[in-house]
Design a protein around this ligand. Structure first.
Ligand code: ATP
Length: 382
């Protein structure tokens, strides 16, 4: 059985303007950027027999491959990407990240399930509508940059606008604006081969931004860059996100990159979701040993907030002492407690939620806070 659920009406049947472009579809303002349900992508012979067959569904990826010759790259995946968030997809090599993200715009055709973008059924889109989705609503940034070697930086950046049919003067003006935005002013006439890796990726980023997409899709864009340049590019993405609030789906296998960029992180293993949560949730409460392995070396105090570290306040404590906001990081709270020489209060809207003291904060640093996700829950004694 190949279940293709209809999670949203197809609002555009591909009516074309005389430019050859399809009228952009009116988005449902309340819908998430992407809503993905029961999604499977199986590669191999007669792939569509796999998702609906309970006998196959319970097999591990390796067993399934052995028994059927098929690879389930994405297995029964459900998630939403909220508008304006940086949604990171993480996992080891072969866990299905690229396949999953490519199914969102049907660069890879899913085997079964449903995908809605802004409430519109992506699997129900015809060819014209799909082209519009790929050219205008989304843009992808790849690891290998994907630049045209014989074109100048400016013309590479303008390329997406060119295939949209935008006139030369207009697209070059727009490209110039974006080139400046990503810090490449003065390099407009160079060829990609005359740029460093980091600069080439800035061109890739600028090309994606030039079409003014709702969603930017990044497939390990910085993994070929050396660490310092990589850091620069991450800062660039954070800055652009802060300035523009664009939805971003970002694939990486680098945890520090995921923690730095992600509003939420989805961890995949063998095509399935192992855990989906904020960086803090994942570091504080890894779902299983696979996730625990990923987060083992994370400096917990730089990710976990006092909301998770606090204990209940007793009557005498609730009115005095230094105040901290609930999202204060433990690393900053340690300094506050040290400076004030006494426990600090976690306060929200004038109400004391709890207390953090040395014991609580050190328990987080030492990773012996019991993975508490309950405000004020007791921690293991240290
Ligand atoms: N066209 C294909 N035909 C057959 N199997 C494929 C195909 N594309 C991907 N796969 C398999 O699907 C699984 C998931 O691959 P995918 O590239 O999505 O993983 P990934 O997490 O992005 O890996 P990486 O980090 O190495 O890029 C792997 O086992 C891969 O071999």
């Amino acid at each position: 059985m190949t279940t293709t659920k209809n999670t949203g009406a197809t609002k555009n049947t591909g009516a074309t303007k005389n430019t050859g472009a399809t009228e952009p579809t009116a988005a449902d303002p309340a819908a998430p950027a992407f809503a993905v349900r029961d999604l499977w992508k199986v590669f191999g012979p007669k792939a569509d027999r796999i998702p609906g067959n309970p006998e196959y569904r319970i097999l591990s990826t390796a067993e399934l491959r052995e028994k059927t010759g098929c690879t389930a790259a994405v297995r029964d995946v459900d998630f939403d990407v909220q508008r304006g968030e940086v949604f990171v997809v993480m996992g080891l090599s072969g866990s299905g990240k690229s396949t999953l993200v490519r199914t969102l715009t049907r660069l890879i055709e899913p085997t079964s399930g449903s995908i809605a973008m802004d409430g519109e059924d992506v699997l129900g889109m015809d060819k014209n509508r799909l082209r519009e989705l790929r050219r205008r609503q989304t843009a992808m940034v790849f690891q290998n940059f994907g630049l045209l070697p014989h074109r100048s930086v400016l013309d590479n950046v303008a390329y997406g606008l060119e295939i949209q049919g935008v006139g030369k003067a207009e697209r070059r003006a727009k490209a110039q604006e974006i080139v400046e935005k990503v810090g490449l002013a003065g390099m407009e006439e160079r060829r990609p081969g005359q740029l460093s890796g980091g600069q080439q990726q800035r061109v890739g980023l600028a090309r994606a931004l030039a079409v003014d997409p709702e969603v930017l899709l990044f497939d390990e864009p910085f993994s070929a860059l050396d660490p310092l340049i990589r850091r620069d590019m991450q800062e660039e993405v954070i800055r652009l996100h802060r300035e523009e609030g664009r939805t971003m789906v970002f694939i990486t296998h680098d945890l520090s990159e995921a923690l730095r960029l992600g509003d939420r992180i989805m961890l995949m293993r063998d095509g399935a979701i192992v855990q989906l949560g904020t960086p803090e949730e994942i570091v504080a409460n890894p779902a299983d040993d696979y996730v625990r392995d990923f987060v083992r070396d994370v400096p917990r105090e730089q990710v976990i907030s006092v909301r998770r570290a606090m204990r209940p306040a007793d009557a005498a404590e609730s009115a005095t002492g230094t105040e901290l906001a609930p999202d204060t990081l433990v690393v900053d709270a340690i300094e506050a407690v040290a400076n004030s020489g006494e426990p600090c209060r976690v306060v929200e809207d004038g109400r004391t939620l709890g207390i953090v003291d040395h014991e609580r904060l050190l328990a987080v640093v030492a990773g012996i806070d019991g993975g508490s996700d309950t405000e004020g829950k007791e921690v293991a004694a240290i």
